[in-house]
Design a protein around this ligand. Structure first.
Ligand SMILES: [Zn+2]
Length: 392
């Protein structure tokens, strides 16, 4: 079975004969006499496309045979027309080959080898041994793009065992009796790989490192290459232009302006909290002054404050909490159907006992928060009644 993708990595249409069709797990596995469908390998995903206009949903290799997975059985066996999804092939080839370039750069510049590679749907990752500094990342990114722009020919060698011993290869060779394919980028890297590669480095167009993080004993470097990188960079540029318009800044000034805004926001929040505290203190004093004290044998001068507010819940919570700082006071505040109840710590009152049945909530002995399901007016009337009954 001839592997056309190794002779010409740009074939996107070819004719082939079907040698065998097997039916496994409700799918048809088709073997061809020759194929340009790459079955995946070296971290590169497999090709998809069509055979005789029937969609190829997967391609894999087993026992040196390549199987094309179809949902429908092809009716013709001779000279079937096969088409490769070229966009997917080129994308996979560019991301995969970008890893070769990055791995070569990390090794050449800093002697750090590659421990893993993953080609993802959105971005890819290459794991580099040890830790990496920002300076190293920047140098590798710059050098990788320099290598791309040098348009270096990518050579594929299949040396015999003796020739292989003389070649300096970056990583350990696989333990196999099969031919070993060596991918050589002049002046940068030599490594074995079963993937499909472009003819020249310039085809990768550009490599952009997105971010990096520690991963086990390596550093995982996320990157984009080819059209993925170009689309990403264009998008980022649009975003930055929008951000600068809002900030009325240049690109360089943007982060400085955001820092300034963030600091101003912090100062403003602090001022707002100081003012809020003053307002709450003032409000609380005013409520105490205007409340008519209840008198009884049990307790003299009991201040009972019941009031509805339009302010936010946080404000009411703080206002209610102030009752704990004074003596002989109970307070009931409402915002819509939300209720805050509190009483002074010197009072031997169980707030929960005062609550009408349509209240749901919880809290401490001196501060309770909850909601009234319906009839706020009745709720307050009942509350007032219960207080009198309990205290007076
Ligand atoms: Zn490769």
């Amino acid at each position: 079975m001839e592997r056309l993708y190794y002779n010409n990595q740009y074939i996107n249409e070819f004719l082939a004969d079907i040698l065998d069709i097997s039916f496994v797990d409700d799918k048809y596995l088709v073997e061809l006499d020759k194929t340009a469908f790459f079955p995946g390998g070296g971290g590169q995903f497999c090709d998809l496309g069509t055979i005789d206009n029937i969609e190829v949903i997967d391609v894999f290799e087993k026992d040196k045979k390549i199987f094309h997975v179809l949902n429908k059985k092809p009716s013709n066996l001779k000279n079937v027309n096969c088409k490769i999804n070229q966009k997917r092939r080129l994308d996979g080839m560019h991301q995969h080959f970008a890893q070769h370039i990055l791995s070569g750069c990390f090794y050449k510049l800093f002697g750090k080898n590659t421990t893993a590679f993953h080609l993802g749907k959105e971005f890819s990752t290459v794991d580099i041994e040890g830790e990496l500094s920002l300076d190293e990342i920047k140098k590798v990114e710059e050098y990788a793009n320099y290598i791309i722009n040098q348009n270096i020919e990518v050579k594929t060698l299949i040396p015999n065992k003796n020739e292989l011993k003389k070649i300096k290869i970056r990583r350990d060779l696989p333990d196999t009796d099969d031919d070993i394919r060596i991918i050589h980028i002049e002046g940068l890297d030599t490594n074995c790989c079963c993937g499909v590669h472009p003819k020249y480095t310039l085809e990768v167009k550009v490599i952009k490192i997105k971010r990096w993080e520690k991963h086990k004993n390596s550093t995982r470097v996320k990157f984009l290459a080819g059209d993925r990188a170009i689309n990403y960079l264009f998008k980022r540029d649009y975003y930055l232009t929008d951000v600068c318009k809002v900030l009325k800044s240049t690109d360089k000034e943007a982060t400085l302006y955001i820092d300034n805004l963030s600091n101003k926001l912090k100062d403003t929040k602090k001022q707002l909290l100081d003012l809020e505290k003053k307002v709450i203190d003032f409000e609380f004093e005013s409520l105490l002054k205007n409340s008519k004290p209840y008198h009884s044998d049990k307790i003299d001068n009991l201040n009972v404050i019941i009031k509805r507010y339009d302010e936010n819940i946080n404000y009411l919570n703080k206002l209610c909490s102030k009752v704990n700082d004074v003596e002989n006071t109970v307070m009931f505040l409402a915002y819509n159907n939300q209720i805050f109840l509190s009483c002074s710590k010197n009072l031997d009152i169980d707030l929960k006992k005062l609550l009408p049945s349509n209240f749901k909530g919880g809290g401490s002995k001196f501060l309770i928060q909850g909601i009234v399901s319906n009839g706020l007016d009745d709720f307050f009337d009942n509350l007032d009644f219960n207080i009198r009954k309990e205290v007076l």
